[in-house]
Design a protein around this ligand. Sequence first.
Ligand code: FES
Ligand SMILES: [Fe+2]
Length: 419
Amino acid sequence: MRQYWIPAIMSSELERDREPVRLMLLGEKLVAFRDSDGNPGIMDERCPHRGVSLFLGRVEEGGIRCVYHGWKFRTDGTCIDMPSVPTEQACPHLVKARAFPVRECGGVVWIYLGDRSEPPALPQIEAALLPSHEVNVYCLQRECNYLQMAESDLDTSHFGFLHLGCLDADDFPENNPLRFAAENRAPEFASSEMPWGTSYGAHRAADDNQRYWRVANFLFPFWTQSPQGDFNDHIDARAFVPMDDEHTMMFHFSWRGKSRPLVVEDKEGKPLPGLRNNNVLLPNTTDWYGRWRPAANPQNDWLIDREMQRSRVTFSGLDNIRTQDQAAVESMGPIVDHAQEHLVSSDQMVAKTRRRMVKALQRFVEGEAPPGVDDSELFRAARGGFFVADEAIQWPDVYYHKAEGDGMKHVAPDVSISS
Ligand code: FES
Ligand SMILES: [Fe+2]
C-alpha cells in the first residue's frame, strides 16, 4: 500500500493555522495541519528532538512549533527554528521532522508513505481526480480490517437479502434498477481479472436480444466502484484506507452531477423502509480513532430493532443501508478468519480478487511494481455502473465495448481505454 498515493484526510478538516489533527494511517501515528500559506502538512507525531507529540504543537507563521523546547518545522519537515540553544550552537539544518509528500486533489489531502524519492503519479481514478467543486466526498470509519469492507462492496449477492430482503420487485417504480435485485436474488454473473484489479458483471436477459449488465470493479490497492448508477455518467469510487489492521477509513468520492438519492422511494413517492443512504455520526474527537464514527456500533449492537426485523418492515432490523453494511462487516470481528469461510459460486468475485492480490504481492516481492503504480493511467478505464448491450457480446468484452463505445466519453473526454 505504501507504493501508492492514498487519501489521508478531507481538505475541509484542516484549517489554516488551526490545531493539528491526529491521523492514524497504515498503523502510523501522524499529525496533519495546514500552515499560514494554506499548505497541508502531514508528519510523524513525534518531534525529532525528544519525541514530544506534535499534536500538542502550535501551528503558527508557516509551520508547526513543538511545545516542549519550541523547535519549529515547515510542512516538508525542515527545521526552521531551534530557540532552545544559543544561536551559534543551533543546528536546524541537521534535523528534519519525518514529513511525507502530500497533494491536495478532489477535496482530499493525499499522502505518499512509500520510500521512493520521486513519488509516482496519483492514481488516475476518475472520481478521485474530479475538480473539488464537482465532487462529493464523505468519510466513514469502521472497526474492522479494510479488506472486509472492500469485499462487502464486491459481494453483490448480499444486496437482495441484507438491503432488500423484505421488498418485492413490485415495491419499486419501473425505472428503479433496484427492482432487479428484488426480482432475482441469485443473479448470474461473470468475473475476471482486469489491468486495474478485478471486475464482475451481473447479468440478465433484457428486451430485444439485449442483456442488462451491472458492473463493479476492484482497483488496487483498496478501491471499489459499484454499480449504483447508469454507466454513462456514474463517476464514483470508494477507498478503504487502513488506519491500522483493525480500523478502516472509507473515502467515498462521487460526481456531483449525479448524486445518489438519500432516500429510495416506492411508486407513490413514499420512502421505502431500510433504504436510507445516510446514517448518524458521533461528533468528531481528537482521539486516534475519533473521526467519522457512526453512532451505531458493535457496543450497541448497531441499534438493531428486533421488532422491525420480526414484523418484516426490514429484513435486517437495521434502518439504513450504511448501518446494514457496517453491521455485516464489523460483526465478522476485526479480522475475519478466511479458513472458516465456505465460499460458493456467488462469491467468485471475492475469491478472484483475493487471488489477484496474492499474485500481485508475489510479483512485488520479486521486484515488480504493483499494478497502477508506474502505470496509473490504467485506472482511467475503470468504471462501475449498469447498461444494456447486445446479448451476443460476452464478458468481459461487453465491458470494453461499452466503455470504448459511448460509456465514458460523455463526462470524461480524455479517458483512454486500455484493454
Ligand atoms: S521535544 Fe520537541 S522541541 Fe524538544
Ligand atoms: Fe451492501
